[in-house]
Design a protein around this ligand. Sequence first.
Ligand SMILES: [Fe+2]
Ligand SMILES: [Fe+2]
Length: 414
Amino acid sequence: MTSRGLASWEAGAETDRVRVVVVGDEPTLARVPAVFSGAPGLPAEVRVDSSAPEEFGAYLESVRAGHLAVVFFLTDGPGIPSALRALRDRRHFDRTRVYLLTPDAGEVTPETIDTCDVEEAIGRRHLTLPMLAQMVANGVRAYRALGANPLVPRNYLDAQWNEVFDWFETTKWDWREVDLSRIEKERLSDDDVEMLHELAIGEFGTLPAAHNFLREWHDEYSFSSWTLSWGAEEARHALVQSRYLRAVGVELKAKHAMYKREPYPMGRHRAGTLMMNIISETRASEYYSALARRVSEPVLRRIWTLLGRDEARHARAFAVFCKELTDRSDEDRRAALEMAYVWLADRSRGIKHPAGFFYPHSTTTRGFRRIEGDLPRITDHADQKILAIIRKMLRDDSLQSVADVKAQLRVQLA
Ligand SMILES: [Fe+2]
Ligand SMILES: [Fe+2]
């Protein structure tokens, strides 16, 4: 095993630098002696090694999986090189991208490419240095794009998103279920309209939340894909309530949506972010449902009933994604519990979507505080449901109260 040292590789800077290795026997390597030597356009952070096939196992033992970006196997026939099998037998090298350089193009079967997760098989007869440099650059980029999130599966459909999709998609309400032409305006009070106004504005806070979910979950596609469905539902919540307001002669000002367009700080821990949303969705569900029971205008009662059910579905889905994390590590369990304690123990931060907490210049929290004032037991009831979700998620029946959450946290931090 030798190092060609084409690019600088400084000790102590390994986390930013990656390795590329060319695997072939001496005669083969000799036939392509300059393939990587001084290739123009080679990423500066790449170090290129070479290895004889019989030494490749030892080479793999000597490098960290997180550093091996690309392997070029120089082959003389259509078969799978045993060195390639050695690489793919080691699951921790799944991210490593593989190129086969064969004497001629088209020698490698699609089965080989699929079985060994080969990026591309290329005939080396007409290979040029710029082409190789481009392949290295593409390989390194592909390797980096895979990221290091352990929840990303090998097969696309093995993600939680695929599990959640059917029940989520088939339980959403039909837009035609709400007929604003049937509003019985005389049954509407000024209080109802004011509350509706506040709730519609509150829903605007979900747009920056969707933005933040995509930023925070940048290294996967599962929760991110579900976020698009969730965000689309939340946008309907804002729209249907705004349209109702217009139908009764009240215009909702666009400024309220714009006040919440600034991104807010990303969460420090994903399990904590998800727990925060389990809490906000469950509380929102209880508020909408309680308001629906109280209002006498039938179209508004229908809207709030539907939105209450939506928010409960949202809480359930957030819990599924949170459980995926808390099942994996104690650190995630602790983060979820910490967030639960913060929001359940102290309601002064705001009681609906915690996103509202980040927008003190917006007017929404006043309305939600009024809901709590009007319906004092609703938050207690919601928080009991939240504790039930947490017990199920963490498989811990001891968590019956906020004090139990605190006690459990003490144990975990000890
Ligand atoms: Fe909503
Ligand atoms: Fe929601």
